[in-house]
Design a binder for this molecule. Structure first.
Ligand code: ACO
Length: 300
C-alpha cells in the first residue's frame, strides 16, 4: 500500500507522509481475508530454520513477540509450533509492543545461558492493519504488517552471541500509545508528539547502557538497527549517539512501522546483503507501548 493510496480516502499526501515519517509504502494483509500473525510468523520462522540447517524436531522453544496475537490463548507461539510441527519444550508470547523483539531475544538468551535450551526460534510477527482506525490520518499511515524470525543457538565460542541486553519500562506513560482490549473501541490510540519525544530520549539512553554493559564503545559497532518507526526519530537517536549514516540500517521506507517485526526484517535484509560476517557487531534498539524500551548488542 503506497502513500498515494491514502490520498484516495484521507486528507493527506504522499509528500506529507514521506517528509514527516520517511515511509513510502507498507505491506498490508488482505482486508477481506483472515490472516493471522501465526501464519506470517511461521513463514519467517520456517525460513530461519532452513537457513540455519535445523529441523523442527531440534527446536527447544519458540518465543513470539506480538501485540496482535491470533487469540488471547492459545498463544501465537503455540500456533506457530503447530504449523511448523516443532517438538518444543515451551512456546509463549511476549507483549512489549514495538520493543517486543528485544525482550524476546533477551529471554531466549537467558534460557540458553541457563542451559534450559539449545535452539530457540525468536519471532516478531504483527498484523497491525487489523487494529488501525483508518480515519485517523496521524496513525494509520505509519504502520505495516510483517514478520521476521531468528534462530538462537547455544555455542561454546567465546565472544559471540548476545553481548548485552538492557530493558526498561515506564508504565506511567501507558496512555501515550495503546490498543484497548474489551469494552472499548478496539483501535490503536497514539499521542504522536509524546511518543516521538520519549522514543528519542529512551532509545538513546538504552543504547548507551547496552554499550556500557558490553564494555565496548560506539566506534566498535558495525551496524545500528533501530526499530523502524519514523526516520526523524532514527536520525535524532543516531545524532545523539554520534553514529555515522553508513552504519544506520533503514527499511521503513518500504515497510512502515511493523512493530516487533521491524528489527528481524532489517536483520534479514542486512544478512541477504552480505553485511553480516563473523565478528560483525550490531546494536539493536526499540521503544514501544507500555512504555517499553530495550537495546541489545550482538556479535555474530
Ligand atoms: N497528513 C497530513 N496532515 C497530517 C497527517 C497526515 N497523515 N497527520 C497529521 N497531520 C497534521 C496534524 O493534524 C497537524 O495539523 P494542525 O497543525 O492543523 O493541527 C499537523 O499535521 C502537524 O501534526 P503533528 O502531530 O505535530 O505532526 P508531527 O510532525 O509530530 O508528525 C507523527 C506526526 C508522524 C505521528 C509523529 O509525531 C511521529 O512519528 N511520532 C511517533 C509516533 C510513532 O512512531 N509511533 C509508533 C509506535 S511507537 C514506536 O514505534 C517508537
Amino acid at each position: 500500500m503506497t502513500n498515494k493510496d491514502f490520498e484516495k480516502f484521507l486528507d493527506t499526501s504522499d509528500e506529507w507522509i514521506e517528509t514527516r515519517t520517511g515511509i513510502k509504502s507498507r505491506h498490508i494483509v488482505p482486508r477481506d481475508k483472515h490472516v493471522a500473525a501465526s501464519e506470517l510468523g511461521a513463514k519467517a520462522a520456517g525460513i530461519a530454520m532452513k537457513r540455519a540447517g535445523i529441523d523442527p524436531d531440534q527446536i527447544d522453544g519458540i518465543i513470539c513477540a506480538t501485540f496482535t496475537p491470533d487469540s488471547f490463548f492459545p498463544s501465537t507461539a503455540c500456533r506457530i509450533q503447530a504449523i511448523l510441527g516443532c517438538s518444543c519444550s515451551f512456546a509463549f508470547d511476549i507483549s512489549a509492543a514495538c520493543a517486543g523483539f528485544i525482550y524476546a531475544l533477551s529471554n531466549a538468551n537467558a534460557l540458553i545461558v541457563a542451559g534450559n535450551a539449545s535452539n530457540i526460534l525468536v519471532v516478531g510477527s504483527e498484523v497491525i492493519s487489523k487494529t488501525l482506525d483508518w480515519t485517523d490520518r496521524s496513525t494509520c499511515i505509519l504502520f505495516g504488517d510483517g514478520a521476521g524470525a531468528v534462530l538462537m543457538q547455544a555455542s561454546e565460542q567465546n565472544g559471540r552471541g548476545v553481548l548485552s541486553t538492557y530493558m526498561a519500562s515506564d508504565g506511567t506513560l501507558g496512555d501515550i500509545l495503546m490498543l484497548p482490549s474489551w469494552g472499548e473501541k478496539r483501535t490503536m490510540k497514539m499521542k504522536g508528539n509524546e511518543v516521538f519525544k520519549h522514543a528519542v530520549r529512551m532509545m538513546s539512553d538504552a543504547s548507551l547502557r547496552a554499550l556500557e554493559m558490553a564494555g565496548i564503545n560506539m566506534e566498535q559497532i558495525d551496524l545500528f538497527i533501530p526499530h523502524q518507526a519514523n526516520i526523524r526519530i532514527i536520525q535524532s537517536v543516531a545524532d545523539h549517539l554520534s553514529i555515522p549514516d553508513e552504519k544506520v540500517v533503514l527499511n521503513l521506507q518500504k515497510y512502515g512501522n511493523t512493530s516487533s517485526a521491524s528489527i528481524p526484517l532489517a536483520l534479514d535484509e542486512v544478512w541477504n546483503m552480505g553485511l553480516i560476517k563473523e565478528g560483525t557487531k550490531v546494536l539493536l534498539t526499540a521503544l514501544g507501548g507500555g512504555v517499553t524500551v530495550g537495546s541489545s548488542i550482538i556479535r555474530f
